[in-house]
Design a protein around this ligand. Structure first.
Ligand code: MG
Length: 372
């Protein structure tokens, strides 16, 4: 079986409401997504998505995905999609790095592998039984009252776990946010405070050593070393997100053993192949993890939820669905959905989300041919 055609669509995805994080440093109003359809010489097809969260959340941006795919496509055509790791090595040979672009191709190959096997991806990725996955909401930065009001809305949608975005130049504002949320938080609800790299280590130590909160704090500072310094000197468990851009970074983080958890995001790492490696390593060293993606439609969400469902419950924290933030849903009714604060991957072969190509309009690029 060989890859015979690679088609690329650009999707502009406005958010239902502007989203601020990192104390308002980073603000996003729309996502720039790229869908990839991989077609084989035997008629099977698979779908993948690459959708950075704006252009400044990670070193990744939407037009960069499509530019990278122009360079990657000749190395992908002619490959056997049932061997995603080999396809990944071929991509690394022509364009090292750029994991956010490679991820769409990798995920589409996994979709085909699942269809060939007649199995859902959660099973191919190591899941022993279909799992119910807890979901977490994502609460943008705001005043304490605004953030509490948004948590209340999320609770009404069934969420019991919340990721509250804090951070900024004024430590007093973050103390006030945390104090207000902790004082108000109903029993049975939990909040992770996601700083999105906004603090220097000094500010992190001041804030975290002066609040009562004892739940997770995520990516307090820019670098792994800064986060590790903080983790050694605060009472809260620290988990990492943005700074883990490769498996090697996970190894480095493990050597800084104060870190206790992480986010595993296929689009940040290069797809399901590399996210699975990160997941397996993280389980082996005892970390707990959120498995979800960076952004996008229910297609990207569902691919990540399959990996979450194949992750031991003892090591799994809640997952987030990016598509819940979109103004419009291009694939209504498909894939992993919020079912009262929980979700489950489809029990269909592959990812289980099948976009209607005709509804997407004309692709922005079609690559055909490849090695004989
Ligand atoms: Mg985060």
């Amino acid at each position: 079986m060989k890859i015979a055609r690679l088609s690329v669509w650009h999707l502009a995805l406005p958010l239902a409401a502007p989203y601020s994080l990192s104390g308002g440093r980073l603000k996003v109003e729309a996502l720039d997504s790229t869908l990839v359809r991989v077609e084989t010489d035997c008629g099977l097809e698979g779908w993948g998505e690459a959708c950075p969260w704006g252009s400044n959340y990670l070193p990744a941006h939407g037009p960069g995905v499509r530019a990278a795919l122009e360079t990657l496509a000749p190395s992908v055509l002619g490959q056997d999609p049932r061997a995603p790791e080999a396809v990944g090595r071929a991509m690394d040979l022509v364009l090292p790095g750029h994991p956010y672009a490679q991820s769409a191709v990798d995920i589409a190959c996994w979709d085909i592998l699942g269809k060939v096997a007649g199995l859902p991806l959660w099973q191919l990725l190591g899941g022993e039984a279909e799992q119910r996955i807890a979901l977490n909401s994502s609460i943008p930065t705001g005043d304490p009252e605004q953030m509490i009001a948004r948590i209340e809305l999320a609770m009404a949608a069934g969420y019991g776990v919340h990721s509250a975005k804090i951070g900024g130049e004024d430590p007093a504002r973050d103390r006030a946010r945390i104090a207000a949320i902790e004082a108000w938080l109903p029993t049975g609800q939990s909040v992770t405070y996601d700083v999105n790299r906004a603090w220097t280590p000094g500010v992190a130590l001041q804030v975290l050593n002066s609040v009562e909160a004892r739940g997770w704090v995520e990516q307090p500072c820019e670098t792994l070393e800064e986060c590790a310094l903080v983790a050694a000197k605060v009472p809260q468990p620290i988990l990492l997100d943005e700074c883990l851009t490769s498996l090697d970074e996970h190894h480095r983080a493990w050597r800084h053993s104060q870190v206790a958890g992480l986010k595993v995001k296929p689009n940040r790492l290069g797809g399901l192949t590399k996210a699975r490696q990160a997941r397996d390593f993280s389980v082996a060293v005892g970390w707990q993890m959120h498995v979800e993606d960076v952004g996008g439609t229910v297609l990207a969400d569902t691919a990540a939820i399959h990996l979450a469902a194949a992750t031991p419950e003892s090591h799994r924290l809640a997952s987030w669905l990016a598509h819940a933030h979109l103004a419009d849903d291009p694939f209504p009714g498909q894939g992993a959905r919020n079912l009262g604060g929980w979700t489950a991957p489809p029990d269909l072969p592959g990812i289980g989300v099948v976009p209607d190509a005709a509804s997407l309009g004309a692709p922005v690029a079609v690559h055909e041919g490849g090695r004989a």
